[in-house]
Design a protein around this ligand. Sequence first.
Ligand code: HEM
Length: 322
Amino acid sequence: MALSRQSLSVRQRVGSSSAAAGQGIGRSIRVTAWVSFVVEVLIIGTGGAVRLTGSGMGCPTWPTCTADSLIPTSELSFHSLIEFGNRMMTGVVGIAVLVLVLLLWRLRAERRNIFTLAVVVLGGVVAQAVVGGITVWTGLNPFIVGFHYVASLVLVCVSAAILVRIRQAPGPRKLAVPSWFAALVHATSFVVAVTIAVGVLTTASGPHSGDVNAGRTGFDVELLEHLHAWPAYLAFALSIVLVLTAYRWGGAVFRWSIALLLVELVQIALGLYQARNGLPELAVGAHMVLAALLAATMTVLILCLKRQSPIPAETVSSSSRS
Ligand code: HEM
């Protein structure tokens, strides 16, 4: 079937990849941006390990581990090592992001958007170190622990945005898809955000508090589990629509719609598995990390909605599926 004129012109626009990409962005910046993204995701895993092994108060004070020692002492248990390991991980993340900011310094005028994003991540990492300290000071208040997780997830999304932007040429961008499709993507991202927010509340009310003495929200966990799962199914349904509609355009929008659908599929399967099997720690940890990857995928899809410049018509006609 021949492509309609509208879908052909959309295909021209979404098909333009990073042809004119990455002006001034060298290999060292690309590699550091990837390292920064990966360690941002990893620290969500190590933070999850702290909570899921009940090591939240392994170092009972902050910024030192105990009242008179910066690092765990021999009297402290393996929980201290896990908690302290997570504190060390903050250092690794901080160094990676600091190096990225320094590498981007000379491009701060031409690639101001990327430089600003990197500075935001650096500021966020410093702020997160303090929020981590506040979680300890408050004896793992579930709302603060939840906020700490959500803030990490936002930093993963900003790091993903940096990865997208360094592949794109600077300059103004135009919507590369019909506005209804962009609205559908934004609606999906809203539903994903609601799913994540209610998931965090579910965790904050469930058994994995991070310490035997830590408080819980007192909300009904079973009800929250349902309130969390419903928007997850809605996000999945919306993502199916995204894949089916983006199919005729191909390109990055189609690829990232598929990625979103696949990550959601695994995440929903994992969520159902953990809910029906007494919340095994490993599955809960994987669900936490995958939520961050899902949010990152959503971010990339949103950023793919706009393109800087269209590719020539000949390129399109030679790759057309009609
Ligand atoms: C788009 C799909 C989904 C996303 C993005 C998602 C995301 C999340 C997030 C961010 C958390 C909180 C993690 C934390 O604070 O440590 C969470 C917790 C949870 N999720 Fe999901 N989830 C999804 C689907 C599901 C589904 C379908 C179920 C099935 C009932 C489910 C069951 C749970 C449960 C039981 C918890 C609480 C775990 C605990 O108590 O520690 N999730 N989810």
